[in-house]
Design a protein around this ligand. Structure first.
Ligand code: HEM
Length: 480
């Protein structure tokens, strides 16, 4: 029987300004109303500004792809994240962004995915060992474990260090603090209310993170000066990347900014997607059994090798469906560079223009049974068409997520490793409560139970998979 996972029941009508503020304080998902899920374009009056929500595929394409320079990143985002990310690719615009993007793309591509695969595998093995030690079939908070493993993956692949290190733990805690304060500061700033306390707390948490990461980056710059061989990781990629246009490289401070940004952009998003994926699998035993059959058929019990995650079509479809139902980046914030017409509205220069993957992925006109968990939908003609026009978990256009291939490889590997080792069972006493913050998470965590399967996977690989084509190396399954 079809499973409809939980999401906040939309209000009948649009809320008043005060109600929007109260409901949005903890979660912007709780402000949505019925028409939000079928509209083409919406409009809300905030204090002193108009905010536009664009929810029609051709308009979304205009903003993200064909007229992207006319819709730069919102200044509010930059102000909010600046204490942590400095001037990193995530919030810059124009030529500064274009140069940074060329350099970051080099650090994340050029075979880097294959180079960092063994490091990902080490994180996954450590995660399986931690889960093994939790005891059979006990209810566990899997969201926290997914946050830990994805932070560990970022640490190992960017810096060649595992997360067990004391500094890494301090960073992990400070990131949690930063996100909590940043979420509240964002709401206050949107309503043009003072956010002094939140900004101060954000700055304190950011300073803790930056001082630790800066030391690690400095040590690497010192190592480079000695001429010693550099570790094969993303940090080295950032330092070695050379811009073909400006013919320069990132300097030390720029590298610190990009490292902070990659850690933030790369672990929280994947953690959210994995937590939801496991919850969905726990409620769908038939799909889970088919995943196990697929993994056994394609890989068996031995260790995964680079490129093999591409063969796990159903595991990937489960991940895609989790990204559809619970897109980690639930809204993409831009602003209008100039005053212009859109549909029947005049959008003034400087006004926020928002696109919500959450709303597009559940749009009543573009998806059949939009609230239902059905990973097989991506194999039907209808589902493929829906995905082509109304599915943007990694955004689209020039600012499309450069970590999409990384996140897909990591997530398919984590899911396949868990499902192969454990039967993923529901905790029927617990239902997650989705909330929209910087990412879409569950307010009360995600709880599942893991029961060991009968066999133990052996470590030695038996066959060598075919090397990926250049396109596959960038994104194992094509874009998005
Ligand atoms: C499931 C996991 C992920 C999801 C759903 C996701 C989604 C997104 C989305 C929607 C954006 C566009 C945001 C915007 O324009 O406002 C974005 C940007 C970005 N992501 Fe990801 N991401 C994921 C994982 C990663 C990983 C693992 C990395 C790094 C290894 C990464 C690096 C970035 C960077 C650097 C940007 C900024 C790109 C730019 O502005 O040019 N992401 N991501």
């Amino acid at each position: 029987m079809a499973f409809i996972p939980p999401y906040p029941k939309p209000h009948k009508n649009k809320s008043s300004l005060i109600l929007r503020f109260i409901r949005g304080w903890h979660s912007w998902l709780h402000v949505l109303f019925e028409k939000s899920y079928s509209m083409k374009m919406g409009h809300v009056r905030q204090r002193g500004t108009d905010v536009y929500i664009v929810n029609e595929p051709s308009l979304v394409k205009r903003i993200l792809v064909t007229e992207a320079p006319q819709y730069p990143k919102q200044g509010l985002m930059h102000r909010l994240l600046e204490p942590l990310l400095g001037s990193s690719i995530f919030t810059t615009n124009g030529p500064v962004w274009a140069r940074q993007r060329r350099l970051v793309d080099q650090a994340l591509t050029n075979g880097r995915l294959e180079t960092v695969f063994p490091k990902m595998l080490q994180s996954v093995d450590a995660m399986i060992a931690r889960l093994d030690s939790q005891g059979d079939a006990r209810s566990i908070e899997i969201d926290a474990e997914m946050t830990f493993v994805t932070a560990d993956v970022m640490f190992r692949t960017i810096l060649s260090q595992p997360l067990e290190h004391a500094d890494a733990h301090a960073i992990y805690d400070a990131f949690l603090d930063f996100q909590n304060y940043a979420q509240r500061a964002a709401i206050l700033m949107m309503y043009r209310l003072p956010a002094f306390f939140q900004h101060r707390s954000c700055r304190k948490a950011a300073a803790r993170i930056r001082s630790i990461l800066a030391k690690i980056v400095q040590a690497r710059f010192d190592l480079a000066k000695t001429g010693a061989p550099m570790p094969k990781d993303i940090l080295s990629g950032l330092m070695e990347a050379e811009d073909p246009v400006a013919q320069d490289r990132f300097n030390y401070l720029e590298v610190v900014d990009q490292v902070c940004m990659l850690f933030l952009a790369g672990h929280e998003t994947s953690a959210s997607a994995l937590g939801w994926s496991l919850y969905l699998i726990s409620r769908s035993p038939e799909i889970q059994q088919r995943m196990v059959d697929e993994i056994q058929r394609e890989v068996g019990d031995r260790a995964f090798q680079y490129g093999e995650t591409r063969r796990l079509k159903l595991v990937w479809n489960v991940f895609r469906e989790a990204l559809r139902l619970y897109p980690p980046v639930g809204f993409i914030a831009r602003e209008a560079a100039q005053t212009h017409e859109m549909r029947d509205k005049q959008v003034k220069a400087g006004c926020p223009v928002t696109i919500s993957p959450w709303l597009l992925h559940r749009h009543r006109e573009h998806w059949s049974q939009p609230d239902e968990f059905n990973p097989d939908r991506f194999e039907t003609e209808e589902g493929k068409e829906s995905a082509r026009c109304s599915y943007i978990p990694f955004s689209s256009g020039p600012r499309v997520c450069p970590g999409a291939a990384f996140a897909t490889q990591e997530s398919v590997l984590v899911l396949a490793s868990i499902v192969r080792r454990f039967e993923v069972l529901p905790d029927l006493s617990h239902e997650p409560k989705p909330v929209g913050r910087l990412t879409v998470r569950s307010a009360n965590g995600v709880r599942i139970r893991l029961q060991s399967r009968q066999y133990a996977p052996c470590a030695a690989p038996q066959t060598t998979p075919p090397p990926p084509s250049a396109a596959e190396a960038r994104c194992p399954f094509g874009s998005n």
